[in-house]
Design a protein. Structure first.
Ligand SMILES: Cc1ncc(COP(=O)(O)O)c(C=O)c1O
Length: 351
């Protein structure tokens, strides 16, 4: 048994680094609703600069970032185009409908992408009977599609058809730094084609709380008002932002380690009878695989828990494992031995 739980359920489980904890303790603070928190201001300036946008606003979570991000583009009765496997559609409690009074219209997601021609056809012409298409949402990396990274060209191709019709594009970039690292490109190439982008500090970048929404100055002014409406004006939020500054400054390049661990995990799993996975589809830190063994996914998850590894059934026979800061190569090897033991009865290397 490992001396601690190897928790592969999510990269949101990352704990702050010692440098983050020090920065939080020593952060210069003010009231952020008055724009007077120097540490929040520093984080917002840094985030805007890193993503190549004019301005940024700290929000509480990725969900709040998408909600504020979408409704700041829309009016009551508008329509939002998004992927049918997108996070905003599946996992955000219909917030855009509840708060923004907009309807989500889904188009198929294939390998994280939405087809520009399908988007073109879905954008409504002006018509007294139809809602106005107000924004197109994309997601990078794409969670339900296995953490795949959209390239700058893919991003630009969706943005081009939206912009042709005067429709802005919002990027759910919860893990956009994972995409940039996996593709080996400056993140700005992934954000330049879009009008707004939100990214999470609290996932692979290991900060305890927070996301940042970036866009034009004018747009971020609107977004600040929606953030306030949602109760996201957090006063001395520099405590949180201090960790965010450390996250952005020190934690981006190391995401490559998580990706390498995810690859090793995928390759090891592919060699275990009763598991179905194509390691080539694992591009970043999310590993999805199917349990074809009669043992079944729930029993595998329970057996792993008994062996010090935590993970989740995603849906049906599909399990998700996520690599992140705090998960070492030896943890991956332990996990593979445990899976082998549960499904085949003999630990790897014991034959
Ligand atoms: C792609 C994507 N967008 C948004 C979110 C929401 O982030 P949060 O959990 O901070 O609300 C997540 C969370 O896992 C995500 O994977």
């Amino acid at each position: 048994m490992p001396d601690r739980l190897i928790d592969l359920r999510s990269d949101t489980l990352t704990m702050p680094t010692p440098e983050m904890r020090r920065a939080m303790a020593e952060a210069e603070l003010g009231d952020d609703v008055f724009h007077e928190d120097p540490t929040v201001n520093r984080l917002e300036a840094l985030a805007a600069e890193r993503l190549g946008k004019e301005a940024a606003v700290l929000v509480t979570s990725g969900t709040q970032g998408n909600l504020v991000g979408v409704v700041s583009h829309t009016q009551r009765g508008d329509e939002v185009i998004c992927g049918d496997q997108s996070h905003v559609f599946h996992y955000e409690v219909a917030g855009c409908a509840v708060v923004g009074s907009v309807q989500l219209r889904t188009v198929p997601n294939v390998d994280g992408m939405i087809d520009p021609e399908v988007v073109r056809a879905a954008i409504r012409p002006p018509d007294i009977h139809a809602p106005r298409t107000a924004v197109v949402c994309i997601e990078n990396t794409h969670n339900r599609n296995g953490g795949v990274a959209l390239t700058p060209e893919q991003t630009a191709s969706v943005a081009a058809v939206a912009h042709e019709r005067g429709v802005p594009v919002h990027l759910d970039g919860a893990r956009v730094f994972n995409a940039a690292v996996a593709l080996g490109v400056d993140v700005r190439l992934l954000t330049a084609p879009v009008d707004s982008v939100t990214f999470c500090l609290s996932k692979g970048l290991a900060a305890p709380v927070g996301s940042v929404l970036c866009g034009s100055k004018e747009y971020i002014q609107v977004a600040r008002k929606y953030r306030k409406l949602l109760g996201g004006g957090m006063r001395e939020a520099g405590i949180i932002a201090a960790a965010g500054v450390v996250a952005l400054s020190t934690m981006v390049d190391r995401l490559a380690e998580d990706h390498a661990n995810a690859h090793r995990l995928a390759e090891g799993l592919a060699n275990i009878p009763g598991i179905e996975i194509d390691p080539k589809t694992v591009q970043t830190n999310l590993v999805f695989f199917d349990v074809t063994s009669p043992v079944g996914a729930p029993t595998l998850v329970a057996g792993l828990r008994d062996r010090g590894v935590s993970c989740m059934v995603s849906y049906g026979r599909r399990i998700r494992m996520v690599t992140h800061y705090g998960i070492e190569r030896s943890d991956i090897e332990h996990t593979l031995r445990a899976v082998q033991e549960i499904l085949v009865g003999v630990p790897v290397g014991a034959r």
